[in-house]
Design a protein around this ligand. Structure first.
Ligand SMILES: [Zn+2]
Length: 175
C-alpha cells in the first residue's frame, strides 16, 4: 500500500458512517472506525466499506438472515399478495416519498397495528383476495379502502378492480 490513504472520514457507505482512522496495516491499508446506523461502532478495512463487502456492524446481515428465514416460513415473499401488503406499509410510512407523505402520512392514513405482521394481514384478507383473483385476475385485484379518509384495517378494506378503485379515488391507484 503506497502513499497517503484517501480520507473517507465523515462519508457514509450503506449503514456505516466513517468516523476516523482506527489503525494502519502495511499491506492491507487503513482500518477505519465507523458508526453503524444501529448505534454500534465497528472497524473495517477501507476497501471492505467502499466495495460494500461490509455494510454494517453485522446487524444488516442478521436482519437479512432473519427475513430469509421468515420468507421460507410463509413462502410468499415473491407473491403479488405479499407485495400488496408491503406496498400498503410503504404508503403509510415512507415519509421521504412526497406523494405518500401528502396523500397518506399527512392525512393520518395508517394501517392497523395487527397488520404490521404479514400473517395477520393474510388471515384477514387472503381468502377474499383469492376469490377476487378468480373472478377478475391478479392484475385487477387491488386493495381498496372503503372510506378513503380512513386507514387500512379489516373493516375498511376490500378488494376492488382498478376501475372501481379509481371511481372511489380521485388520486392514484393503490395496488
Ligand atoms: Zn449495526
Amino acid at each position: 500500500m503506497a502513499g497517503k490513504p484517501i480520507d473517507i472520514s465523515g462519508r457514509r457507505y450503506n449503514r456505516l458512517t466513517v468516523i476516523k482512522i482506527h489503525s494502519r496495516h502495511p499491506e492491507r491499508g487503513v482500518r477505519w472506525l465507523c458508526r453503524c446506523d444501529c448505534g454500534n461502532e465497528t472497524t473495517a478495512w477501507g476497501w471492505e466499506i467502499k466495495k460494500g463487502k461490509k455494510k454494517s456492524c453485522g446487524c444488516y446481515g442478521k436482519e437479512v438472515r432473519k427475513s430469509q428465514k421468515y420468507n421460507l416460513k410463509h413462502g410468499m415473499r415473491k407473491t403479488r399478495f405479499y407485495e400488496i401488503w408491503a406496498a400498503m406499509k410503504r404508503r403509510c410510512t415512507a415519509v421521504n416519498n412526497p406523494l405518500y407523505k401528502k396523500y397518506y402520512i399527512d392525512k393520518g392514513i395508517m394501517f392497523s397495528p395487527e397488520w404490521s405482521k404479514f400473517e395477520n394481514f393474510k388471515n384477514d384478507m387472503y381468502e377474499d383476495y383469492l376469490n377476487h383473483v378468480k373472478e377478475y385476475g391478479e392484475e385487477d385485484t387491488t386493495l381498496d379502502r372503503i372510506d378513503g379518509d380512513k386507514g387500512y384495517f379489516k373493516a375498511n378494506c376490500r378488494w376492488a378492480t382498478r376501475q372501481e378503485q379509481s371511481q372511489n379515488r380521485k388520486f392514484t391507484k393503490e395496488a
